[in-house]
Write a protein that binds this ligand. Structure first.
Ligand SMILES: Nc1ncnc2c1ncn2[C@@H]1O[C@H](COP(=O)(O)OP(=O)(O)O)[C@@H](O)[C@H]1O
Ligand SMILES: [Mg+2]
Length: 216
């Protein structure tokens, strides 16, 4: 199919994937993108922090192991800056073009990590999230819920370079996990909570079923 010949969805569709590191977000984004892509939909996959040339530069600062002195407030603003750019440069144009935009993390991660994890003021983060996202919200957000201990087991089995955030202590990841659950509880219509310890195929089936309602 030619690049501009895809099944357009009026107004597009914006779906975010959230949860602690190693919960399976990237795995599921990939599976959903290939399934929907093969059905002829226009798919745009983005990740946070990053996704654009400018945002990827911000990502490098955020994930650099050398930046141990990065203040929590500076970290928050860098994430929001990356998001502001990504939203305007890719997400809004993608939606306007009738595409399905899949975002590997979005603003709920700032609330969970910088708010619940680091203890910054949640209301202030909400306001910054609204500025960064230009007022748009994901149509659906999948939260992959996983105990921090299980994530750590997965982490230990992947012999990859570990970034600054992944090296945080387990207590931090516990706070982030319960933060995500609190955020989801406050917006039950937007959030779909999945047990991230289920089989990969089972989870991807559930995600596909949820998304199907938007495609008819
Ligand atoms: N449902 C699952 N059950 C067990 N392992 C999984 C599952 N989903 C993903 N994994 C594995 O866990 C690791 C982290 O997955 P990934 O998708 O990269 O997570 P994230 O993007 O949330 O950090 C990978 O090795 C992946 O193969
Ligand atoms: Mg990932």
């Amino acid at each position: 199919m030619a690049k501009d010949k895809y099944s357009k969805i009026p107004g597009g569709l914006f779906i975010s994937f959230e949860g602690i590191d190693y919960c399976g977000k990237s795995t599921q984004v990939k599976l959903l993108a290939s399934r929907l892509g093969s059905e002829g939909y226009g798919i745009l996959v983005v990740r946070e922090p990053g996704g654009t040339q400018i945002s990827e530069k911000i990502r490098d600062i955020l994930l650099d192991n050398a930046n141990l002195k990065l203040a929590a407030e500076a970290e928050l603003l860098l994430y929001e800056a990356s998001r502001a750019q990504l939203t305007r440069e890719l997400i809004i144009p993608g939606k306007d073009a009738g595409k399905i935009v899949l975002s590997d993390r979005y603003f709920d991660s700032s609330t969970a990590y910088q708010g619940y994890g680091r203890g910054l003021d949640i209301e202030s983060i909400h306001k910054m999230n609204m500025i960064a996202s230009a007022g748009i919200k994901p149509d659906t957000t999948f939260l992959f819920d996983l105990p921090a201990e299980t994530a750590q087991t997965r982490y230990a089995s992947v012999p990859l370079f570990k970034d600054r955030l992944e090296e945080e202590k387990i207590d931090f990841h516990r706070r982030v996990r319960s933060g995500f659950l609190a955020i989801a509880a406050a917006e039950p219509f937007r959030f779909k909570i999945l047990d991230a310890d289920d089989d990969i195929e089972y989870i991807s089936g559930k995600i596909y079923t949820e998304i199907s309602q938007f495609l008819r």
